[in-house]
Ligand binder design. Structure first.
Ligand SMILES: [Zn+2]
Length: 255
């Protein structure tokens, strides 16, 4: 077969594929649903209402929108890992401070950002990503999603920061919130350890809380937005070397 004829055939095949795709689009055709992967469902805890000690809530992958478990890739073998997360930013003063401390200790984290903060402070999102961290969505304006009309809930979940991870404000979730998160192609990510840094209990208290409660594969909740985060930054600078000495590494979640 000559090269020219091969090219002609290839073009014909490509045109046929395009035509077929257009036909599918015109007909509004969707691929038939595949059976749910039972094997993946058994390994995932059903998603309850948030409790006093929320845990990572990763629903099983769906046939139409494969949703990753953002910590799964790191939860293998004997490797000790902790996932630090920072909510309510990006903040033009505190986010760079957090980035600086993470860099100092060779750590990475996931930043659950607000769409409104991203818009108000352009460029920070890029700084977070450039340093090897990942970004999750924390909605646009931080409403309690279980207490707003459906259209508002939908908008906050679908139109917020681009990410496959979504953390509902206040950890407030219910079946409708979870359904919207799933439909948006995201996975709900809560946390395991809440040192209540947002209440500013003092740097030593935040350090003590993390050192007492953090176990392998846990997600730790901290904040780089929403107010003065000097205590958070100070605590991070103390716990990272202590935890590193225990053998932990600090990867960013797959978001
Ligand atoms: Zn928040």
């Amino acid at each position: 077969m000559s090269r020219r004829f091969a090219a002609f055939v290839a073009t014909g095949v490509a045109l046929a594929v395009v035509a077929g795709s257009l036909l599918v689009l015109a007909l509004g055709h969707e691929p038939p649903p595949r059976p749910a992967a039972a094997a993946t469902q058994t390994s995932v805890t059903p998603s309850p209402m948030p409790t006093a000690t929320p845990t990572l809530n990763a629903p099983p992958s769906t046939p139409h929108r494969p949703a990753p478990n953002p910590t799964a890739a790191f939860a293998t073998g004997n490797k000790k890992v902790l996932f630090f997360s920072f909510d309510d930013g990006p903040d033009p003063y505190w986010t760079p401070k957090v980035l600086q401390v993470l860099r100092k200790h060779g750590a990475h984290a996931t930043f659950f950002e607000l769409g409104a903060m991203q818009t108000a402070h352009p460029g920070l999102r890029e700084q977070v990503l450039a340093a090897g961290n990942t970004i999750g969505s924390h909605s646009i304006t931080h409403p309690q999603l279980t207490a707003v009309p459906a259209a508002k809930r939908h908008h906050e979940i679908f139109d917020g920061p681009a990410s496959t991870c979504f953390r509902p404000p206040y950890g407030a979730s219910n079946p409708k919130v979870r359904a919207d998160i799933k439909a948006a192609g995201k996975v709900q990510v809560l946390w395991d350890v809440d040192p209540r840094d947002w209440a500013r209990p003092g740097t030593p208290a935040i350090v003590h809380n993390i050192m007492t409660h953090a176990h392998n594969h846990n997600i730790i909740l901290l904040h780089d937005g929403g107010g003065n985060r000097a205590q958070t930054v100070g605590a991070l600078d103390k716990v990272l070397p202590l935890l590193k000495a225990q053998g932990y590494t600090f990867p960013a979640m797959d978001c």
